[in-house]
Design a protein around this ligand. Structure first.
Ligand SMILES: NC(=O)c1ccc[n+]([C@@H]2O[C@H](COP(=O)([O-])OP(=O)(O)OC[C@H]3O[C@@H](n4cnc5c(N)ncnc54)[C@H](O)[C@@H]3O)[C@@H](O)[C@H]2O)c1
Length: 395
């Protein structure tokens, strides 16, 4: 079939197998072009990535493989292709990555299913036991709209809403580039607690305790989960909103996990990362306008990084730099240090003030936003002929 990009309300409904392979290859080529750290032998050799098929999780898996030579297992929730139906980008990315990893002589395997379930945890433990023995690093990188509690069977939904009052701010309609006003009503009923249930640290803790209990975490084990803070303009809908409560819970969980793993010198971290175009972030209201302005400013200042570059810096300058991991007063790794630089934020604020409702966005990099969004779905690559008939089951 000929696979064209179909986007509905900022969500791409299709992905291109050849294009996703091009995306993965581009990231691997970048990583291979970087000098290897002198202490690469102390990098983790057995890595589990929960949510390792797209975005920050995929980047973590690729960095671990190329820089540290790690064997890896990925657990993610993806739709497989059928004869006339495309798979999700994460499925294509995974197949492409694992093919390349095997060429590098590295073990790479995936389990597709619901990471929140006990069954998937058990399957993963069995795979770890059989092929890796133990793990040195677990990256927890889930972004999910819902979770079914493994014990009670109750379903929880996560929402991105302010708490207490309506949030009104400028946003941009990505297809047209026209600035509009986004109005988001506050969370109601149990939405705060439900979002914490889905995106907080509870499931991360269940994973770590489950594998720890089976003796599958190696001495000196590390685990990292990803968080976000962002600028004041998005505080009501992000950091002080429902998702912010979940991220606070995730951050508190890190401290508890570290204490519980002292017997194996285990360390748990939350890394506060930069705002980036991923499948999860593109659907957050206001975020596309902020990202478009931020990208332009950071590119002009020579500070721009996408997922792979960010995670490369996480491994080489933070987690495995060879001495203690630098953290802020709250114990968090700050990879958003460049994004939050006062000069970067002042310039984003200045450009934000230039926007007018109903007019085209000015001073931002909407083309860069769209290009990155296309790329993570395997579209927009000059090297790929999109008019060619492809079998959606073949990457
Ligand atoms: N994108 C950003 O700007 C940004 C910034 C800072 C932190 N973060 C955080 O990084 C983490 C990853 O986000 P992302 O933007 O890379 O998202 P993403 O949508 O690209 O990736 C999400 C991953 O989670 C997996 N997943 C979702 N539900 C699952 C389930 N039930 N079972 C198994 N796997 C499941 C998906 O398959 C995918 O691998 C999130 O915690 C997010 O809050 C993102």
């Amino acid at each position: 079939m000929i696979i064209k990009q179909k986007i509905m309300r900022n969500v791409s409904l299709t992905a291109h197998p050849t294009g996703c392979a091009a995306y993965v290859q581009e990231q691997l080529d970048y990583l291979k072009s970087q000098p290897l750290p002198a202490n690469k032998d102390s990098y983790p050799k057995r890595v589990l990535v929960i949510g390792g098929s797209t975005g920050y999780g995929l980047a973590s898996r690729m960095v671990a493989a190329v820089v540290g030579g790690a064997a890896s297992i990925n657990v993610s929730f993806e739709r497989e292709p059928a004869e006339n139906k495309v798979a999700t980008p994460g499925w294509y990315n995974t197949v492409a990555f694992e093919r390349e990893a095997k060429k590098m002589g590295l073990y790479a395997q995936s389990i597709f299913g619901d990471a929140f379930s006990t069954g998937i945890k058990e399957q993963t433990a069995a795979l770890v036991k059989q092929h890796l023995g133990q793990v040195d690093l677990i990256v927890y990188s889930l972004a999910s709209p819902m979770r079914i509690d493994p014990v009670t069977g109750q379903q929880y939904k996560s929402v991105l809403k302010p708490i207490g009052k309506t949030y009104t701010a400028l946003s941009v309609d990505v297809p047209t580039g026209i600035v509009e006003t986004a109005v988001i009503e506050p969370a109601e009923g149990t939405q705060v607690e439900e979002t914490v249930k889905v995106m907080g640290g509870e499931d991360w803790q269940l994973w770590i305790e489950f594998l720890f209990g089976q003796g599958l975490l190696a001495k000196g084990f590390k685990t990292v989960a990803y968080s976000y803070i962002g600028p004041e303009i998005t505080f009501p809908v992000y950091r002080e909103g429902t998702i912010g409560k979940a991220k606070e819970h995730l951050e508190r969980t890190a401290g508890e996990l570290t204490r519980n793993m002292s017997i194996i010198d285990g360390e748990a971290y939350v890394s506060v990362n930069k705002a980036l175009v991923t499948r999860a972030s593109a659907v957050i209201p206001v975020v596309p306008l902020y990202i478009a302005l931020l990208y332009k400013v950071m590119k002009e200042m020579g500070l721009h990084e996408e997922c792979t570059r960010q995670i490369h810096r996480l491994f080489t300058d933070r987690l495995y730099r060879g001495s203690s991991v630098p953290v802020d007063v709250e114990g968090r790794i700050r990879l958003d240090d460049w994004e939050m630089r006062p000069d970067v934020q002042a310039e984003v604020d200045r450009r934000w003030a230039m926007q007018k409702e109903g007019s085209p966005m000015v001073g931002g990099d909407l083309d860069g936003f769209k290009e990155e969004y296309d790329h993570i779905h395997g579209f927009g690559y000059a090297s790929v002929d999109y008019s060619v008939d492809v079998d959606p089951r073949e990457v």
